[in-house]
Design a binder for this molecule. Structure first.
Ligand code: ADP
Length: 416
């Protein structure tokens, strides 16, 4: 799925759900708040009515307004209370917040209850004549707490925010997961496509090279025979040149063989092999330069390492590694150590030679990469191909001027 389709497919529906949730819960919250506000107002009005009846009763009994107000001073939900005369002058009052009686000339004309916001929260206000008849000499002014409504609104807001945050986090986690999966999928797809292309190109090159190699090898064989003949039966003055020619023809032939080998798909003939024997046969095949100071080959293993491998191919891979190591080392040592852990064998081919420049490390296993004048750049390419055909891997670590180590990991063979 492309990134754009992916957005359409996942992100837009999710954003839609998110918006719908937001709109619905906002409407729902406003509706609940309005309903509860209405209910509380009704309830408060009923309470005020009872209060008015009680106060009228007290007044009829001749109890002084101050005493009546005092009786209600400790009521939890009454913030403040006042008795006014018909001209709205305050006769007596009390407030749970000392000195706080928010009564103004504008409030005196209110017919309906009203709500104010105070430092102590929302307060429901009400003016009602007492006693009950129309000619009543007093007006009762009441301020009730709307704390429970506020608490409910705060709780509802908190729940809403919690649900919102939860939904958002689930969405974020979901999208991070989906994006990660999609990126991995795209990367894998790209890798697979590149691998496929690479394989096709390799197949083409391989077919071309083997055709060319075949075409060259036949005339080359005839040339080698001719040189041989000239060397044996030709006049004395051409003998030396004929020998040189024969050597050159052999060299070309070897180069062609190496190219063909590198490009040919590998077919493994696996058998039980001792690593020690492989290393020994690879070492024997190397011609040490007598001009160099002693370069030792040390082989060390914690216990005999046995592999299920193609003996000739693996010996060839180690030959390539050892040959490079010897070539790079003027003095010092080349060593091979093997270690077996569970079902894995780790082999280190180490030298104290000239090392590899960091910029070359990444290209080392590329076919035809060489820094040598007469090199072909096939040795390491082939070594890696052989190791990977054995389901192993090969890595390199190197310090310029200090030495190089090739680390090969192979699946272990049967235990002894
Ligand atoms: P060739 O030996 O024909 O150059 P290889 O594929 O065997 O081809 O090696 C590629 C290059 O890797 C070499 O030219 C050399 O620069 C570098 N190389 C390989 N092994 C070592 C080593 N042990 N020490 C230093 N350089 C190395």
């Amino acid at each position: 799925m492309k990134r754009k389709d992916f957005f359409l497919f996942f992100l837009i529906p999710f954003a839609g759900i998110f918006i719908i949730f937001f709109v619905f819960s906002s409407i729902n919250r406003a509706f609940i708040q309005r309903t509860v506000e209405g209910l509380i107002q009704e309830q408060l009005q009923a309470t005020a009515e009872i209060l008015r009846v009680n106060i009228s009763h007290f007044l009829e009994e001749g109890i002084a307004p101050e005493m009546i107000i005092k009786r209600y001073a400790d009521e939890e939900n009454i913030y403040y209370m006042a008795l006014l005369d018909r001209d709205n002058r305050i006769i007596s009052w009390s407030s749970r917040y000392e000195g706080y009686l928010p009564f103004s000339a504008r409030d005196a004309s209110q017919k309906e209850p009203w709500i104010i916001s105070s430092p102590a929260g929302k307060i429901f206000n009400l003016l009602t004549p007492v006693p009950l008849d129309n000619e009543a000499p007093y007006v009762l002014y009441l301020g009730y707490s709307l704390g429970s409504l506020e608490k409910m609104a705060a709780r509802s807001k908190r729940n809403f925010l919690f649900a919102f945050a939860f939904l958002a986090s689930v969405g974020i986690v979901f999208f991070i997961g989906i994006f990660g999966l999609q990126r991995k999928y795209l990367e894998k797809k790209k890798e697979a496509e590149e691998e496929k292309k690479e394989k096709e190109r390799f197949k083409e090159i391989s077919a071309l090279t083997s055709a060319v190699a075949h075409e060259i090898k036949n005339p080359l064989n005839s040339l080698a025979l001719l040189c041989e003949l000239l060397h044996k039966k030709g006049p004395a003055e051409v003998k030396e040149d004929a020998a040189l020619g024969k050597e050159e023809v052999h060299r070309i032939s070897r180069v062609i063989d190496q190219f063909s080998d590198a490009l040919r798909p590998l077919r493994l003939k696996k058998e039980k092999v001792y690593l020690r024997d492989l290393i020994e046969s690879a070492r024997r095949a190397i011609q040490l330069d007598p001009e160099k100071s002693v370069v030792l080959l040390r082989y060390k293993e914690d216990r005999p390492v046995v592999l299920e491998a193609d003996k000739d191919l693996l010996a060839r891979a180690f030959f390539n590694l050892l040959r490079n190591a010897f070539e790079a080392t003027e003095s010092g040592s080349v060593s091979v150590t093997a270690e077996r852990r569970r079902k894995k064998v780790t082999i280190r081919v180490e030298d104290t030679g000239r090392g590899i420049a960091p910029e070359n490390i990444g290209r080392l296993f590329d076919p035809f990469f060489t820094t040598k004048e007469t090199g072909l750049g096939i040795g390491l390419y082939l070594a890696r191909k052989i190791v990977e055909a054995h389901e192993g891997k090969i890595e390199v670590e190197s310090k310029l001027g200090q030495g190089t180590v090739f680390i090969i990991q192979l699946p272990g063979g049967p235990y002894e």
